[in-house]
Design a protein around this ligand. Structure first.
Ligand SMILES: *Cc1c(COP(=O)(O)O)cnc(C)c1O
Length: 260
């Protein structure tokens, strides 16, 4: 129970983990009632804090900062670079009184944003003024809402050129994949995706790791580094975030050369 010596009640979103089983969380509206009855302000740190309801886009829902303010939070903090889709930044919104106190705190000057990230943040936020175009214009949302079928079609189109580049040491298959949104958002959710699985051909069980490491290093060493992940003795390339497939294919001759 907060007493008068309690300066703040703070709730922090469980961004990177999920607590499952017989657990419960107290919502912000209830916490606000408890805190305000004792004259204590309430802050909530949302971590990701999407500004739009992701359920509209068929994605799992995250709490919105505007809802948290309506629920009675005095301060709401969230990231500029997670679901918001902008530059590395931390955003603080809240009541004039609470934000005013934060502004006056000496650390504020040390932690303030510089001009270039501020310009990037403004450009990102201005995209939200045209919500009907957001899913096309905001790269984060565009990539998260990309249908698995469209990703699969890209994988089908890339399979043969990639096979040519990695033959005869690896075989290439189109596979369905499950991707994580990551960076502290929606930890328990997986989005259906698709990609390419590259498996060492004719390698003994012992040589698999070495072959996959060499392939991973060759991909990372391309002028435009390609980062895959290794699972079940295969190197997986999830294509959800590949938009420039022409640029990817243009690098394949170099990959072929380096694998010889
Ligand atoms: C990511 C995260 C932060 C830090 O946010 P950044 O502004 O991106 O550094 C703080 N709190 C929680 C709960 C987070 O998930």
């Amino acid at each position: 129970m907060p007493s008068t010596s309690t300066p703040l009640v703070m709730k922090v979103h469980t961004s990177n983990y999920a607590v499952q089983g017989f657990t419960a969380a107290v919502d912000e509206a209830t916490l606000a009632g408890i805190a305000h009855a004792r004259g204590v302000p309430l802050a909530t740190d949302l971590g990701s804090g999407s500004l739009v309801d992701l359920a509209h886009y068929g994605l799992p829902r995250e709490p919105l900062p505007q809802e948290m303010l309506a629920a009675g939070c005095d301060v709401v903090t969230f990231s500029g670079d997670k679901l918001l889709g902008g530059p590395q930044a931390g955003l603080i919104v809240g009541s004039k009184a609470a934000v005013g106190r934060i502004r006056k705190f000496p650390m504020k000057r040390a932690l303030r944003m510089s001009k270039l990230p501020l310009a990037a943040l403004e450009a990102t936020l201005s995209l939200y003024l045209r919500p009907e175009r957001l899913a096309q214009d905001l790269p984060t949302l565009r990539l998260l809402t990309r249908p698995a079928e469209a990703i699969r079609e890209m994988a089908e189109a890339l399979r043969a050129p990639v096979q040519t580049a990695v033959s005869p040491r690896f075989t290439v298959e189109v596979v369905p994949l499950l991707g994580q949104i990551g960076s502290g958002s929606l930890p328990a959710e997986r989005l259906p995706s698709a990609g390419l699985a590259l498996a060492p051909a004719g390698t003994s069980k012992k040589g698999l790791g070495t072959a996959l490491d060499a392939l991973g290093a060759a991909l990372r060493g391309l002028p435009l580094p390609v980062i895959g992940r290794i699972a079940e003795d295969r190197l997986l390339l999830d294509l959800r975030c590949l938009e420039d497939s022409t640029g990817f294919v243009a690098q394949l001759p170099l990959l072929r050369e380096r694998l010889q």
